[in-house]
Design a protein around this ligand. Structure first.
Ligand code: HEM
Length: 144
């Protein structure tokens, strides 16, 4: 594995286990229903009245075993390698990986810190650090 490719995965992994914004919230601008998250098993819809604040824990979500497998707590950068077989396929992790949030208010500087970290560590960087699939996902969400 090339060092810069490994470094990219290390940074992505650090932001998974130790997200800089571990808790976040939004207020509903209109009454809506979240498809899941309610009921005793968390599988029932949730009614959200206009004006209600909804908090979400990125730190906790990034450690969920349903999303990342039984080794979710492990620092294992190679889990982001598309050639490595994981218990849970991370190819479509989508909204399960949110260090920069998503949607219309996604972090506009999301590509910059990762690219800079690579160069400040004196590892030649070929472009943007996070796996391209993740960057693509976030760009898509910004357009929602
Ligand atoms: C590892 C570094 C960074 C992380 C983890 C990070 C994370 C985030 C997160 C989670 C948000 C969404 C906050 C929210 O909506 O509640 C955000 C927003 C934002 N970030 Fe970053 N960020 C990083 C670096 C940067 C850099 C380097 C810049 C600028 C060069 C930047 C500029 C912004 C701006 C302007 C917003 C507000 C976007 C908006 O509300 O429309 N961020 N960031």
């Amino acid at each position: 594995m090339f060092p810069q490719a490994l470094l990219r995965k290390v940074i992505v992994q650090v932001l998974r286990l130790y997200p800089s914004v571990p808790l976040n919230s939004r207020a509903a601008v209109k009454t809506t229903v979240l498809p899941t998250g309610g009921g005793p098993n968390g599988t029932a819809p949730v009614y959200v009245k206009k004006g209600t604040a909804v908090g979400y824990g990125v730190y906790i979500m990034h450690r969920r075993k349903e999303l990342y497998g039984s080794d979710a707590e492990a620092f294992r950068p190679e889990r982001w390698d598309p050639n490595v077989k994981n218990e849970v396929d991370l190819k479509n992790i989508g909204w399960g990986y949110l260090p920069f949030n998503g949607g219309p208010r996604v972090c506009i500087g999301r590509k910059y810190p990762l690219a800079c970290s690579c160069s400040s560590l004196k590892v030649p960087s070929r472009g943007i650090c996070p796996p391209r699939s993740l960057v693509r996902n976030h760009q898509t969400r910004a357009d929602v």
